[in-house]
Design a protein around this ligand. Structure first.
Ligand SMILES: [Zn+2]
Length: 303
C-alpha cells in the first residue's frame, strides 16, 4: 500500500493548489530528461525560502550576501505535519538528496569490492528468479533474500496480484519465462498486508475497488474455510496465505509457464509469505506439479 500512502502523504502536506508554487513538482515528475546533477538541486528546490550557504562577496569585502545559517533536519525523527514551510522545503531536499548520497556510496562500495561489477552488470541479465511481490515498502525483495542485482526479475503491485487481464504482470511473466528463462517464479505475500485488509473491509474505496475485488473473489472461493475461523487476526492471516496460493495458481494458468514447463521442466512456481515480526519467509509448499495437472483439465494452453 506504499503508493497510496505516499500520495496521501503528499496530498496532506500540500493542498493541490499549493503544490507547484511550494516545491516545484514538475522537475521531479517531468518526462523530459533531468538536468545535469550539478543543476538538479537548483531546479528542484530553489525558491525564496530555500536555505543558502553563507557567502561573502570578495569584490566588496564590506558587504555580505545571504547569510541564512544552513540547518539540518533529522529526517528519521522529524514529523512533517508540524513543520514550518521553510523546514518542509529543507526536509524535501534532504529526503531527495539522501537517495543520491546512498547511491554514490553503494556504487563506490560495489566497485571497491569488485572492479568489474558494473562491467558485468552492463553485459546483460540472466536472472534465476521472477519475484512477484507486494508494493509495500517494508518488503524489498533483494534485501530480504540476499539476492544481488541481476539475480531476480521483479514485479510488485498492491497485494501481489496476478490478474490475467493485467497487461503489466502478464507481460512480465511472459518476458521472464520466454526470454529470460527464469527457473523459479515466486509469488510472495506478507502478513499485515494493507491490500488484503482493505479487501476484508465493507467500504467503497473508489479506484481500488476493481483491484481489490480479486482478493474478495479469493475469499469467496475459500469462504467456508475462512468463515470457520473465529479469530479475526487468524482469518486475516489465512486470507493472506490463500491469496498467495490463488495468485500462484493464476501464474500456473499462463500459457508461457505451461509451455515452458512441458519443454524444459521449469519454471517452478512457489508461494511464500513474509512476516514482519521475525523477518522470515514462510514457504507455503505449493504443490506445483499437482496444481498444474489439476488446472490443465480446464486451462490447458500447451497445444
Ligand atoms: Zn501488501
Amino acid at each position: 500500500m506504499v503508493a497510496s500512502r505516499v500520495s496521501t502523504t503528499l496530498l496532506r502536506a500540500f493542498p493541490r493548489h499549493a503544490l507547484p508554487q511550494r516545491v516545484g513538482l514538475r522537475p521531479i515528475f517531468a518526462t523530459t530528461p533531468p538536468p545535469p546533477s550539478s543543476l538538479r538541486h537548483i531546479s528542484l528546490f530553489s525558491s525564496s525560502s530555500a536555505v543558502r550557504s553563507p557567502t561573502t562577496n570578495n569584490n566588496n569585502p564590506t558587504t555580505t550576501t545571504t547569510t541564512t545559517t544552513p540547518t539540518s533536519i533529522n529526517t528519521a525523527d522529524a514529523d512533517w505535519r508540524n513543520m514550518a514551510e521553510k523546514d518542509i522545503n529543507l526536509y524535501l531536499r534532504q529526503t531527495h538528496d539522501r537517495v543520491f548520497d546512498h547511491n554514490k556510496k553503494w556504487a563506490d562500495e560495489k566497485k571497491a569490492s569488485d572492479p568489474d561489477f558494473f562491467v558485468k552488470l552492463s553485459a546483460g541479465q540472466n536472472p534465476e528468479y521472477l519475484w512477484i511481490g507486494c508494493s509495500d515498502s517494508r518488503i524489498p525483495a533483494e534485501q530480504i533474500t540476499g539476492l544481488e542485482p541481476g539475480d531476480a526479475f521483479v514485479h510488485r503491485n498492491i497485494a501481489n496480484l496476478v490478474n490475467n487481464t493485467d497487461l503489466n504482470v502478464m507481460s512480465v511473466i511472459t518476458y521472464a519465462v520466454e526470454h529470460l528463462k527464469v527457473k523459479h517464479i515466486v509469488v510472495c505475500g506478507h502478513y499485515g498486508c494493507g491490500g488484503v485488509k482493505a479487501a476484508m473491509t465493507a467500504k467503497d474505496l473508489g479506484l481500488l475497488n476493481p483491484w481489490l475485488r480479486n482478493i474478495r473473489d479469493v475469499y469467496r472461493l475459500h469462504e467456508k474455510e475462512l468463515d470457520a475461523i473465529a479469530d479475526d487476526e487468524a482469518r486475516y492471516k489465512r486470507l493472506v496465505e490463500l491469496n498467495v496460493y490463488e495468485q500462484a495458481r493464476n501464474v500456473i494458468k499462463s500459457a508461457s509457464v505451461q509451455q515452458s514447463y512441458a519443454k524444459n521442466q521449469f519454471p517452478i512456481v512457489h508461494g511464500w509469505v513474509f512476516g514482519f515480526n521475525d523477518g522470515l519467509l514462510k514457504d507455503l509448499e505449493i504443490d506445483f506439479a499437482g496444481i498444474l495437472k489439476d488446472i490443465q483439465k480446464i486451462y490447458n494452453l500447451t497445444e
